[in-house]
Design a protein around this ligand. Structure first.
Ligand SMILES: NC(=O)c1ccc[n+]([C@@H]2O[C@H](COP(=O)([O-])OP(=O)(O)OC[C@H]3O[C@@H](n4cnc5c(N)ncnc54)[C@H](OP(=O)(O)O)[C@@H]3O)[C@@H](O)[C@H]2O)c1
Length: 349
């Protein structure tokens, strides 16, 4: 329980901007409403999307919340108060919480159906690093693509958060995965997460290298780069293959400042897919956005329970995590936007 003098801290973005837009503010420790648990947060996950929210370009942040906004989709910590009517939890339980924004905070009240027991083998940092990237990967892999043993997948940004999660789900399903990474220092990380092969984009022709590894094509390609790789990804699909699109990072800046001219140019030259061609080759495009699935609480809960069962018995492994103090949220954003990070980043309130 918080002492009388204890204050809550959170990061607030008053209006979209560069790294300076992330401000630490203090306030009262919130009281849980009926049906809610209050968590004392030990770690908050950082996602690439948080930077897009800071830049003012994240559609669900604009449509579902607006500014000022506290970013953050996930936390881990301990239960420190129970709202009226909450059953099955005790003060002191170690938990993971799913948030739709608001996660960069020292205390958080969440409805009970967004709270999950943290598997004992995971630290708070590892637990906070898990929900968004693994749920996104689970949704695409198991609700959209439906893997079969022996298939081949190509996974972009394979050493990052979602990429690492996809590689682990591939390994679990008996799928042979090839990872594509943007820098040579990420190759070992991608292989440790389950990539059979790793290709460094920028060292030669990545499409030719991927085709050489799978001449008859890939059953699924997972692409969150957008304009930089989408056409190549599409060209690598086997008949009946599926291109899973879930982000457009290559349109975005690496220095925190939006270049509107470049953004417009990249939007204009992003591939559009032709249903006539898709029909004659049985190839398709799938698309996913976890934050627009937030109303689907039972589905996300099912996905979380499926994932946590596999983390609890060691079939899934926690991602490598780098921690930053909450106060240094800007440093964490710089790091993930640099394109150089491996695994996940978390903030420690
Ligand atoms: N649709 C959804 O529900 C959903 C959910 C979570 C994440 N995402 C998307 O999935 C992608 C990965 O997210 P994450 O949080 O797991 O991040 P991450 O993969 O850990 O880090 C982002 C990675 O994107 C690649 N990248 C490509 N162009 C970039 C650019 N201009 N600036 C910075 N990085 C660039 C870099 O990897 P390489 O250079 O190695 O390719 C970079 O390391 C992001 O695009 C994110 O928006 C979508």
């Amino acid at each position: 329980m918080p002492s009388n003098a204890e204050r809550a801290r959170r990061i607030v973005i008053e209006r979209p901007g560069g790294y300076e837009a992330l401000r630490l503010v203090e306030g009262e420790v919130p009281a849980p409403r009926p049906g809610e648990l209050r968590l004392r947060v030990a770690a908050c996950g950082v996602n690439y999307a948080d930077g897009i929210i800071r830049m003012g370009l994240y559609e669900s942040a604009k449509r579902l919340h607006g500014y000022p906004i506290t970013p953050g989709f996930e936390v881990a910590g301990v239960v420190d108060a129970l709202g009226e009517g909450v059953e099955g939890w005790r003060v002191g339980d170690r938990v993971i919480g799913l948030t739709l924004f608001g996660g960069y905070a020292s205390h958080l009240c969440l409805p009970a159906d967004r709270v999950f027991a943290l598997p004992p083998r995971l630290s708070f940092e590892q637990g906070a690093a898990l929900p968004t990237v693994f749920l996104t990967a689970w949704f695409m892999a198991h609700r959209q693509v439906h893997p079969e043993p022996g298939e081949r997948w190509l996974v972009h940004s394979a050493a990052g958060g979602v990429g690492s999660a996809l590689l682990q789900l591939a390994r679990l399903a008996g799928v042979e995965a090839t990872g594509v990474v943007g820098a040579a220092h990420k190759v070992e990380a991608a292989k440790a997460m389950g990539a059979r092969h790793a290709i460094v984009r920028g060292e030669g022709d990545w499409v030719a290298a991927a085709r050489a590894l799978a001449p008859s094509g890939y059953h699924a390609v997972f692409d969150a780069n957008g304009v930089a790789t989408l056409a190549g990804s599409w060209s690598l699909l086997a008949p009946m293959g599926k291109l899973a699109v879930y982000g457009f990072a290559s349109m975005l800046p690496k220095d925190g400042r939006v270049n509107w001219l470049r953004l417009a140019w990249d939007w204009w030259r992003t591939p559009r897919f032709n249903p006539l061609e898709m029909t004659s080759t049985n190839r398709s495009v799938l698309a996913a956005n976890l934050s627009f699935l937030s109303a689907e609480a039972p589905l996300l809960r099912r996905g979380m329970l499926w994932l946590l069962e596999r983390f609890a018995d060691g079939r899934l492994q926690p991602l490598p995590v780098a921690a930053f103090p909450l106060l240094d949220a800007a440093q964490a954003h710089r790091r993930i936007e640099s394109g150089q990070s491996v695994g996940k980043l978390v903030l420690i309130p």
